[in-house]
Design a protein around this ligand. Structure first.
Ligand code: 5AD
Ligand code: SF4
Length: 440
């Protein structure tokens, strides 16, 4: 590569999960710390970071086409860094296939970006997919200004090795960030304007501090920050729903009544083949325990249709489970073979047309469930955390405690917690009326 002038502007494009969003924000701050400015909307950036996701689909192929699209008419390209899980999975391969990429940086090595940029300016390309435990969080700069709802990564990686999933390979083993670091970062987020913090982790409820205390201890500590109004956490594994964490849903008022607890499938044979280490029945028992302490809890989940060998009768068990649980919202996916995972080479790969049809039926069941949940909320009084303006004059959008999108018209400002009554429900949002007096 030839030397290039130092970049003056950057753009970070994040794909995939909320942890990538968090990482993308942190990388943006790191670049800003180097005196590089965000590229204005619609203008080309001197440095582009593609923060990629590898969980489903032909993710790697998509990255190569994204890289191709960055090429300018004269054949030159901005400085390109490929980050995230595709970077981790593909490493050197990206350098070989995409000569315009100067940096490949895995999810645990972002803090080395400034050095990699310095190298790239001199014409040296670099790949860094090391997984040094913890260092990136120690080195990344603290945040400056944030919106009312902020993410805080508390845990990364996964030791569960579900047979379809690439995360244990791309994000590495489970690590928990230290308790004190997290409390300090949460305080900074609140000082910077956050009223709600969502604790993030691939297995967030597997978080443990140095003394082995579970996530509820962190939740309790953050609840003591006066200006923090709401706490959430995602994504959880059914096997890590401890009594302590469940009790926090009863005892900690600031912990919102929402639980994202993926089940993936309703058939025990499929769950076993997935290496989920829970059954449909044991999953339902976890939900019962949570509902016993927090009857209004909104439940959410992830589903995969068309796992290798899934029969029509086994798929029907997934639909039955959805109808029994009554979810407030869910994510559902067609099984996507990930190279290097055990399921990718299992017998009985399900034809695409069968997966399409099952996904449609599952989504119809999930939509019905979501609409029923929203309709059952009509008449409830609750707070809405105002996140942004709506399209209509005087309209505001925010979230209910149950993570529903709520819109209303009236006096408000971003970051307000407003008392409302939910008056009308659609499949994806509810309208509300202000209860006076509104308070901030
Ligand atoms: N194919 C389809 N969906 C997947 N997920 C993870 N790996 C795959 C895969 N190979 C889904 C799971 C997980 C969510 C984050 O993505 O449902 O909970
Ligand atoms: Fe992937 Fe399973 Fe770990 Fe979730 S628990 S990140 S699905 S391996």
């Amino acid at each position: 590569m030839r030397p290039t002038p130092p970049p003056r502007t950057y753009r970070v494009k994040s794909f995939g999960c909320q942890m990538n969003v968090y990482d993308g924000e942190r990388m943006a701050e790191l670049l800003a710390d180097q005196g590089i400015a965000p590229a204005p909307e619609g203008e080309e950036a001197d440095l582009v970071v593609l923060n990629t996701c590898h969980i489903r689909e032909k993710a790697a192929e998509k990255v190569y086409s994204d890289i191709g699209r960055l090429r300018r008419e004269d054949g030159t390209a901005p400085l390109i860094a490929v980050a995230g899980c595709v970077a981790q999975a593909e490493g050197e391969e990206i350098m070989t296939r995409a000569p315009s990429v100067s940096m490949v940086v895995g999810p645990q090595a972002y803090h080395r970006l400034p050095q990699m940029i310095a190298d790239a300016i001199e014409g040296r390309r670099a790949v860094d997919t090391d997984m040094p435990a913890r260092t990136k969080f120690d080195v990344l700069p603290a945040r400056r200004k944030v919106g009312p709802s902020a993410f805080l990564t508390v845990q990364e990686g996964c030791d569960k090795f579900c047979t379809y999933c690439v995360v244990p390979y791309t994000r590495g083993a489970e690590i928990s960030r230290p308790f004190n670091d997290l409390v300090i970062e949460a305080e900074k987020l609140v000082d910077a304007g956050a009223r709600e913090i969502t604790l993030l982790g691939q297995n967030v409820n597997a978080w443990r501090d140095e003394a082995g205390r579970g996530l509820e201890k962190l939740v309790e500590a953050l609840a003591a920050i006066p200006a923090l109004a709401r706490i959430r956490y995602t994504t959880s594994h059914p096997n890590d729903m401890t009594e302590g964490l469940i009790a926090a849903h009863r005892d900690v008022e600031k912990l919102m009544p929402f639980l994202h607890l993926p089940v993936q499938a309703g058939s025990d044979r499929v769950l076993k083949a997935m290496n989920r280490s829970h059954t449909a029945e044991s999953y339902m028992r976890v939900l019962d325990r949570v509902r016993a302490v927090r009857p209004d809890i909104a439940l959410s989940g992830d589903f995969i249709v068309g796992f290798p060998g899934e029969t029509e009768a086994e798929f029907a068990e997934t639909i039955k489970l959805v109808e029994t649980v009554g979810y407030a919202q869910c994510f559902s996916f067609k099984y996507s073979p990930r190279p290097g995972t055990p399921a990718a080479t299992m017998d009985g790969q399900v034809p695409a047309a069968v997966m399409d049809e099952r996904l449609q039926r599952l989504q119809a069941a999930l939509n019905a469930s979501q609409l029923a949940f929203n309709r059952a909320s009509v008449g409830k009084r609750c707070t809405v955390l105002v996140e942004r303006r709506g399209k209509l004059d005087g309209q505001w959008l925010g979230k209910s405690p149950w993570l529903q999108s709520v819109h209303f018209i009236g006096e408000a400002a971003i970051g307000d917690l407003i008392e409302v009554e939910l008056v009308e429900a659609g499949p994806n949002s509810l309208s509300a009326r202000l209860l006076q007096p509104a308070h901030a």
